[in-house]
Design a protein around this ligand. Structure first.
Ligand code: FES
Length: 254
């Protein structure tokens, strides 16, 4: 026989204007409705020493899962980007475990077969699309996993380019894939073996190694904070739309 403890119905405390209730690990807090989850946690007294990095939606450290009271769905988001909603029941995820295959990029060729041998589980994909639905960067994760299965390494690199490795796709994947590691491997292979070498880059690396910028660097290191800020603000930038041969008037520092 199952016995259920009778829970006394309590009247909900009055809601102050501009504050909404959220639940963090079972505890109820009233927080300003305009805050992100991250700021609401701090408002509630939590000190974030893990699961918090850039605060700008770039580092992927603040993965969070939550449920709303009127829905059966598990929702996900970045704590630094997602604004609180009344009744949100949330928990921040610690870094979600995802094994990364050890590889030596230099000795590889950039083939789909290499990716498949390092991550054979890509073939377990069941096409449920939960990975895409959970991605806070709106990346079509399932599509790049399909590209990985087809051996299209450059395609994976392109599609996964905005990945911030927050791990939410991995956390939600019923096939236990490690999508963001597959994306990362393909981007590395693409950059190392599949795109043509940039002559300009090689030239600049030689310039750096040959000490071409040493004098400028030393001058900057001796410049005070105020002047450095001024230099930075007044720097000449290439316009958004510029001819291929655009160059600043003063090219002495290039
Ligand atoms: S703290 Fe970096 S993405 Fe949220």
């Amino acid at each position: 026989m199952t016995v259920r403890k009778k829970v006394e119905e309590k009247e909900a405390p009055p809601v102050e204007e501009g504050l909404v209730p959220i639940f963090v690990m079972g505890e109820r807090y009233m927080v300003p409705e305009s805050l992100t989850i991250q700021k609401a946690l701090e408002y509630a007294g939590y000190q974030l020493i893990r699961g918090c990095g850039c605060r700008g939606g770039v580092c992927g450290a603040c993965s969070t899962v939550f449920r709303m009271p009127d829905s059966y769905r598990v929702e996900v988001g970045l704590a630094c980007q997602t604004v609180v909603r009344p009744g949100m029941y949330l928990a921040m995820l610690p870094f979600f475990p995802a094994n990364r295959a050890i590889s030596d990029i230099e000795s590889m060729k950039g083939t789909g077969g290499e990716v498949a041998s390092l991550y054979p589980e890509i073939f377990k994909c069941i096409g449920c699309n939960l990975c895409t639905q959970s991605c806070p960067m709106d990346i079509d994760v399932m599509h790049y996993m399909a590209q990985a299965i087809r051996g299209d390494v450059s395609g994976v690199a392109e599609t996964s380019f905005d990945c911030i490795a927050c791990g939410l796709c991995v956390a939600r994947c019923p096939a236990e894939e490690v999508q963001y590691h597959v994306g990362m491997l393909c981007r590395r292979l693409h950059a190392r073996h599949l795109v043509p070498e940039s002559a300009h880059l090689a030239e600049q690396v030689d310039n750096v190694a040959g000490g071409r910028f040493e004098k400028t660097l030393q001058e900057l290191m001796k410049t005070g904070d105020k002047d450095l800020r001024k230099l930075y603000k007044e720097r000449v930038m290439e316009p958004d739309i510029a001819a291929d041969d655009w160059a600043p008037e003063d090219s002495s520092k290039l």
